[in-house]
Design a protein around this ligand. Structure first.
Ligand SMILES: Nc1ncnc2c1ncn2[C@@H]1O[C@H](COP(=O)(O)OP(=O)(O)OP(=O)(O)O)[C@@H](O)[C@H]1O
Ligand SMILES: [Mg+2]
Length: 361
């Protein structure tokens, strides 16, 4: 657990942090977000003692960080910075091995660990271990930066705009990878970003800052659903209800989908309340949808189905993706499939409304 307790930090007469308090529970990701100069990077540097506070306490697992020798403290804290900071004269493997080497791990152990981490971050060890930083793309360098921070398996990660220098598409991939790595490793993470969509994706909690003060803390859906004041409301934007949908998973909101095997006739009397039924093959693979008025006497579901009617969303995607899919089709709903393309449910506008507070302030 990381705690900030009434922390203030001045640079001369500049107040960088003014009585800041927040807590990062073990195994969770807290995202610091706010306008440039609000004190995000300063906060991170107080945790690993690159800076000392003028007032208040920063604690790790209950102990004020000033009671740890900085070198010892930093071994338990991975630090990823925006400019990545890979050492240009060292290979990828050597960069990843910096802290393990300080800890006295053998060459063999370091090579093994580097391979493990390169696999984890999605770079082929054989292809990348001997490359130099200049031979990497921005996104690859960011990945290696994350691998290096994880090398000594620290319980804490500080990430200062770790994906800031990457184009939007690669950035989303890196965010997804970070989320799945974090699901496995359960580090205690403080993650700094300017990008609200990134915060909404990766955060368990958001700490929203302005001019050295904490303005609001809470789960992303809480902040998007109930901004505490005009500043927060402006910061999260007019599309906050839409952004908020990205916090909810399709699997948690889907309802049963009416389905018929393609070889069968559709008995519409048993599907009275449905606009369409979904047509599947013998193994529950989604093939398309059949509309009520498309029925012809004696025809099977396969014969009357219109495969142009359906896209689909995965049960692991978000309600925001489901809404986007619904807007892409002619129907006011979308079918939900699992990882094998099997029909597992559907999402209608009703479920999307149900996940939205009646009035977003
Ligand atoms: N070494 C320094 N000397 C003097 N002032 C500093 C120093 N570092 C930061 N500041 C000031 O402290 C305030 C907080 O800076 P900090 O770097 O923490 O902001 P930030 O939220 O990380 O901003 P950004 O989003 O631009 O990275 C700013 O007003 C900044 O100008
Ligand atoms: Mg900064």
């Amino acid at each position: 657990m990381i705690e900030f307790e009434h922390v203030s930090k001045y640079y001369g007469s500049t107040v960088a942090l003014n009585d800041v308090s927040f807590t990062v529970p073990d195994g969770t990701v807290s995202v610091l977000i706010g306008p440039s100069g609000c004190g995000k990077s300063t906060s991170l540097k107080l945790v690993n003692r690159l800076l000392e506070p003028n007032d208040g306490y920063v604690r790790v697992d209950g102990t004020p960080v000033r009671e740890f020798a900085p070198q010892m403290l930093r071994r338990g804290i991975g630090y990823v910075i925006q400019s990545v900071g890979l050492l240009p004269h060292m290979t990828v493997e050597e960069n990843i091995g910096i802290v393990p080497k300080l800890l006295g791990h053998s060459k063999r152990e370091r090579t093994h660990r580097a391979s493990e981490l390169l696999e984890l971050i999605g770079l082929s060890p054989d292809e990348y271990r001997h490359k130099y930083p200049i031979q990497l793309s921005g996104g690859e360098a960011q990945r290696v930066g994350v691998a290096r921070a994880l090398a000594a398996d620290p319980p804490i990660l500080l990430m200062d705009e770790p994906f800031g220098a990457v184009d939007p598409l690669n950035r989303e991939t890196l965010q997804q990878e970070f989320i799945s790595i974090q699901r496995q490793l359960r580090k205690t993470v403080i993650f700094v970003t300017h990008d609200l969509d990134e915060a909404v994706r990766v955060a368990d909690r958001i700490v929203l800052m302005r001019d050295g003060n904490v303005v609001q803390t809470g789960a992303p859906e809480e902040i998007l659903g109930g901004p505490a004041n005009d500043f927060v409301r402006d910061f999260v934007g007019d599309d906050r209800a839409l952004k908020r949908l990205a916090r909810f998973s399709v699997g948690d909101y889907m309802i049963d989908a009416p389905s018929v095997d393609r070889e069968s006739r559709v008995d519409w009397s048993s599907f009275r309340d449905f606009e369409v039924v979904y047509v599947t093959d013998g193994r529950q693979h989604l093939l398309g949808a059949a509309r009520r008025n498309g029925d012809a006497a004696g025809a099977t579901a396969g014969e009357i189905m219109d495969d142009a009617l359906v896209g689909s969303v995965s049960h692991s995607s978000t309600l925001r993706d489901a809404l986007a899919e619904i807007l892409n089709t002619e129907l006011a709903e979308t079918p939900v499939v699992d990882g094998h393309g099997h029909l597992v449910g559907r999402i209608t506008m009703k479920e999307i409304y149900a996940a939205t507070p009646r009035r977003i302030v």
